[in-house]
Design a protein around this ligand. Structure first.
Ligand SMILES: Nc1ncnc2c1ncn2[C@@H]1O[C@H](COP(=O)(O)OP(=O)(O)OP(=O)(O)O)[C@@H](O)[C@H]1O
Ligand SMILES: [Mg+2]
Length: 236
């Protein structure tokens, strides 16, 4: 993948480049879906068979010492299955397809609080209206990456996810009260923020990151609505 900074690319982007990025992102989404299905149908199934066999072994075994060892293996297996389930859910676009964007974001926030204790305030419209599928995926994946960054880097106690949809713009903000950082030039960012910028640029949007040590972080992503988007892309 070209490691080109999307913010720069957005300035000189032609409709053809934008369309190409869009197709690459669609291919990436399809690949994620394929991997999550494979993990579910193959790895997940194999682990469940293993679990079943260990349980049989546990009920057949008389030795206390062996029972203890098998139980330990079962506990480890349960933690592995739980981790695998989370990975499958993260990779799969199914949540978005089944629940829709707003409920999908709510679900991400619930899981964040359940697994990390970080509190999340949500300011979301009851219904985001009919958004293009690519745009929904971009918003959903951006929330996912920003919240993962909160978990990995911020040491935050609280975060907010705000989505505003007006007739001309869609704005997504993810803020936290964590340790913050000194934002680097976009060329030096990691894959997460770069991917977010590339995704936004492919849909005519942009990302800004505001952060300061000890003052938390705010990621703001804006997109034009479909009508402006078509104009940006030069579509009829
Ligand atoms: N919410 C945040 N709080 C504190 N630091 C952050 C936050 N978000 C990003 N950062 C900083 O910005 C860097 C770049 O983030 P980015 O998501 O691009 O990469 P990463 O999270 O390190 O790796 P990857 O996303 O590829 O797994 C991080 O390494 C971290 O130093
Ligand atoms: Mg990241």
């Amino acid at each position: 993948m070209a490691g080109k900074p999307a913010s720069k690319a957005a300035v000189v982007e032609t409709p053809e480049i934008s369309e190409l990025s869009r197709q690459l992102l669609q291919a990436q989404e399809a690949e994620r879906g394929r991997i999550s299905r494979e993990l579910h149908d193959e790895t997940g199934q194999a682990l469940m068979v293993l679990r079943f066999q260990l349980e049989m072994l546990l009920s057949d075994t008389r030795s206390g010492e062996q029972k203890e060892k098998i139980q330990e293996s079962l506990d480890l297996l349960d933690r592995t299955i739980e981790g695998l389930r989370r990975t499958i859910a993260r990779l799969s676009p199914r949540v978005l397809e089944e629940l829709g964007l707003i409920a999908g974001i709510r679900r991400q926030a619930q899981l964040l609080t359940r697994h990390t204790g970080i509190q999340a305030s949500l300011e979301l419209p009851a219904d985001a209206g009919a958004l293009e599928h690519d745009l929904e995926v971009a918003l959903y994946r951006s929330v996912q990456e920003a919240l993962q960054n909160v978990v990995k880097h911020a040491h935050a106690r609280h975060c907010t996810v705000r989505l505003t949809v007006t007739s001309s713009r869609i704005t997504l903000v993810i803020e936290d009260d964590g340790v913050g950082f000194v934002p680097r030039a976009s060329q030096q960012e990691g894959f997460g923020l770069t991917g977010m910028r590339e995704r936004a640029a492919a849909l005519g949007g942009s990302v800004s990151v505001r952060s300061q040590p000890e003052k938390g972080t705010r990621v703001r992503i804006t997109f034009p609505t479909s009508r402006d988007l078509k104009r940006t892309r030069g579509a009829s």
